[in-house]
Design a protein around this ligand. Structure first.
Ligand SMILES: C[S@@+](CC[C@H](N)C(=O)[O-])C[C@H]1O[C@@H](n2cnc3c(N)ncnc32)[C@H](O)[C@@H]1O
Ligand SMILES: [Zn+2]
Length: 287
């Protein structure tokens, strides 16, 4: 008998129920009837039919909808992001039993790739505030824990994770240091000036975008043993990839239909990927 996706995901959640903390009252949680997470004060959260759990008590609207996550998945799983993930995996590899949280996981393809490629027993947990992203992730990648949740109020107990990934997503350092085990690894991927520069040239007419934030300094305020790695490469844009690429990136949001049409008509043989990976180790004393 083949298990439904919901049941596969319910089993992983059940085995890892100790990880969870009620987002309302912060109490411990347990899995009941393989169908819901319930805290000791009876706050109850049903698993969806695809086997994710919504632990964000208030409904949230985000700019990310289903078609946008579809476009993101098409691009991200085309090999476009492999160079970045290779560098991430190389650093995480060898940690032994690993519980990995992807904070702001979107449609889940990065976490799924990381978990699949690491050797040894690995548990992957993906959270995102966008229900459409988590729905897509739970449908496509059963066997991981998927939860709609706010990374500013993570529904997990202290000191649970070996690694936290934070790729192109906002950070909450108080939560990340609370959730990581002492000595656990934080990995942040931030885009650099070359990222999608071929699209920027069209949408910003080559004007440099100013970004004053210094993410390395921010990470260094909270973590030790900071290291960085710049990952730059170009990726050939196969037929059919330009449209989802234009759709997925906030760079083009708010652009006129004419501008988008102009971009679609532009021959872009390859696209630049340019990231800094920032690694930091959680301090022994947290909180
Ligand atoms: C640019 S996307 C990156 C998604 C994915 N990591 C990727 O690389 O494809 C940013 C993501 O952060 C999520 N996000 C924004 N604020 C959040 C919050 N407070 N809690 C959880 N996720 C959040 C958005 O819903 C979105 O999926
Ligand atoms: Zn509760």
């Amino acid at each position: 008998m083949t298990l439904s996706k919901k049941m596969i995901n319910a089993q992983v959640m059940d085995r890892n129920a100790d990880l969870f903390r009620c987002p309302i009252c912060l109490a411990e949680m347990a899995m009941l009837d393989m169908s819901r997470l319930v805290c000791t004060h009876n706050h109850s959260f049903d698993l969806s039919k695809n086997g994710y759990v919504n632990l964000a008590p208030q409904a949230h609207m985000t700019k990310y909808d289903q078609s946008l996550f579809g476009a993101r998945k098409t691009v991200m799983t085309s090999g476009f992001f492999d160079g970045v993930l290779d560098a991430v995996i190389k650093t995480i590899e060898g940690q032994g039993h690993a519980i990995i949280l992807d904070a702001g996981c979107g449609e889940g393809s990065h976490l799924s790739t990381v978990v699949e490629r690491l050797t040894g027993e690995v548990t992957g947990v993906g959270i995102d505030l966008a229900k459409e992203g988590i729905t897509a992730a739970a449908k496509e990648y059963p066997g991981l824990i998927w939860s709609v949740a706010d990374l500013a109020n993570c529904p997990f107990q202290d000191d649970q994770f070996d690694t936290i990934l934070n790729i192109l997503s906002p950070a909450n350092y108080a939560e990340f240091t609370r959730l990581l085990k002492p000595g656990g690894l934080f990995v942040k991927a931030v885009p650099e000036s070359g990222y999608l520069k071929e699209l920027r040239a069209i949408f910003y007419e080559d004007k440099e975008q100013k970004d004053d934030a210094d993410p390395v300094a921010r990470v260094a305020e909270h973590f030790d043993e900071i290291s960085t790695e710049r990952v730059i490469y170009t990726f050939p844009l196969a037929d059919g990839l330009l449209a989802p690429l234009i759709q997925m990136t906030p760079l083009t949001w708010g652009a006129s239909a004419d501008k988008i049409e102009e971009a679609l008509q532009t021959a872009i043989p390859e696209i630049t990927i340019d990231f800094t990976l920032i690694f930091g180790v959680n301090r022994e004393e947290t909180g």
